[in-house]
Design a protein around this ligand. Structure first.
Ligand SMILES: Cc1cc2nc3c(=O)[nH]c(=O)nc-3n(C[C@H](O)[C@H](O)[C@H](O)COP(=O)(O)OP(=O)(O)OC[C@H]3O[C@@H](n4cnc5c(N)ncnc54)[C@H](O)[C@@H]3O)c2cc1C
Length: 438
């Protein structure tokens, strides 16, 4: 229990992991040492989120020696501060949209890759005995108007073609799942689950360490250069010499690969969690399934953790250090509209995170140079997809076959507006959208 909890105040944080509900309720991460001196490895992995840990685990299991450099704590980035929703079928982008953007062969490949991602997470949890409160809840997607309903119907039909079942819910059927009549219809995905993502990424780290990977938290990669046929990745107190290097640094990318941090939109997102609800007021989500509404302009998602804490996601307000009341206000306004009679327990945690967003919402596997790769652009759907892409980059390195990799390799492209668009959205786009689409 943190000192904030002891004295009954809610914890608010900027980018501290300590302000998240997950960190407060997870098992501590495994102890690691700061990298000191020179080490040699087959592969250097930069970043210890789900991408980096899945890469390290799959490589170590394939018999490769792996050294991981993490600038802060294990899983410090999005992986420990996200919404805790895990699933394969998302709206970004729906299957036919992926085919429209990438063409039949690539789009189809992408859709198949995502289709198996939830199962991979379940398999990893089971195989490595990861205790992360995994609960196969299913998820309710909710539509407030005809446009959203059509989107859901299309999604259900398209993911259905890939074997992911999504059931249509009429207005009446919706009221069996969510204690409100505000939604005109919805859909139910059976495969979705909730997890404590901090426990998940820490569990992956433990499994990778058991398989032989060495992790150095508190050891940022600050330089990289080619030395003969190997990469020399340097940190303040040491360096790794490795024939292959993988960046899994996502939205939190800092040095050393030039320009990598300018290849995506860093989009802020806020999460809020209440104190555990009293037993009698846990009834917003009647069957305990998380709710995800389709209003992309005033994002609203709810999940109840196993001890009854209500967790929501919202676009951020103007300042990360705003008071808990200010940050929670737009969320509360929407909550009250959807559940007019429901009690809302006291907020306990508010935290912020940064999504690594691509213009087409599709992650990338970059080939930065021979033997140097990066997995980027996991946006808000990475709990399962990052695990899959970590496995794919590990397979690529192990087999040496770039063509058979689940996600095709591409070259990084600088986005000229990479900083401008997120700033515009935060200070103009979201406030206007919230006012118009309550
Ligand atoms: C608020 C929020 C809510 C979300 N909700 C969900 C959800 O409900 N479901 C879902 O599926 N996804 C969700 N996501 C997205 C998901 O969390 C991410 O897509 C996923 O965790 C990305 O994992 P990653 O390993 O690629 O990156 P990260 O977890 O961000 O890890 C990157 C790591 O790289 C490290 N790093 C950066 N530069 C260096 C360097 N030079 N040297 C060493 N280390 C470095 C960072 O410190 C960090 O630990 C959410 C994201 C946010 C922000």
């Amino acid at each position: 229990m943190t000192s904030d909890q002891d004295n009954g105040r809610a914890a608010v944080g900027r980018d501290t992991l300590e302000s998240t509900m997950w960190d407060a309720t997870a098992e501590p991460e495994p102890k690691t040492d700061i990298l000191q001196g020179r080490v040699e490895a087959d592969v250097a992995v930069v970043g210890s989120g789900i991408t980096g840990m899945s890469t390290a685990l799959h490589l170590a299991e394939a018999g490769k020696s792996v050294t991981v450099l993490e600038a802060k704590r294990i899983g410090w980035g999005c992986s420990s501060r996200n919404g805790g929703h895990m699933g394969s079928a998302w709206t970004s982008p729906p299957p036919d949209e992926a085919i429209r953007i990438w063409g039949q062969e690539r789009g189809d490949r992408l859709n198949r890759l995502w289709t198996g991602s939830g199962k991979l997470v379940e398999d990893l949890i089971e195989k490595h005995g990861i205790d992360c409160n995994f609960k196969r809840t299913g998820m309710v997607w909710a539509a407030e108007n005809g446009k959203q309903e059509k989107l859901l119907a299309d999604m259900a039909e398209q993911w259905g073609r890939y074997g992911l079942q999504m059931d249509f819910l009429s207005r009446q059927a919706m009221t069996d799942y969510v204690a409100t009549d505000q939604y005109i219809s919805g859909a139910l995905t059976h495969e979705n689950a909730s997890i404590n993502p901090a426990d998940f990424v820490r569990g992956l780290a433990r499994a990778a360490m058991r398989a032989g990977a060495v992790i150095h938290a508190g050891s940022p990669a600050i330089g990289i250069e080619k030395q003969g046929d190997r990469w020399r990745v340097s940190s303040p107190e040491g360096e790794v010499l490795a024939s292959r290097v993988v960046f899994g640094t996502n939205a939190y990318t800092v040095g050393p690969w030039p320009g990598l941090a300018r290849t995506f939109y860093p989009v802020r997102l806020t999460s809020l969690a209440t104190e555990p609800c009293a037993e009698e007021s846990r009834s917003y989500l009647l069957k305990g399934m998380p709710l995800h509404d389709m209003n992309s302009l005033n994002f609203f998602a709810l999940l109840m953790d196993p001890v009854g804490r209500l967790l929501g996601g919202a676009f951020p307000t103007f300042s990360d250090s705003a008071s808990i009341e200010t940050v929670a206000r737009p969320f509360e306004r929407k909550f009250r509209r959807i559940f007019p009679a429901a009690p809302l327990p006291k907020w306990r945690h508010i935290w912020h995170g940064t999504l690594c967003m691509m213009p087409d919402k599709t992650p990338r596997m970059y080939k930065l140079a021979p033997g140097a790769y990066a997995v980027m652009g996991l946006s808000g759907t990475g709990n399962a997809r990052a695990a899959v892409l970590g496995r794919e980059v590990a397979n690529l390195i192990d087999s040496g076959e770039e063509e058979t990799c689940g996600l095709w390799l591409s070259k990084p492209k600088t986005l000229l507006s990479s900083r401008l668009i997120p700033v515009f959205m935060r200070y103009a786009g979201y406030p206007v959208a919230r006012a118009l689409f309550r």
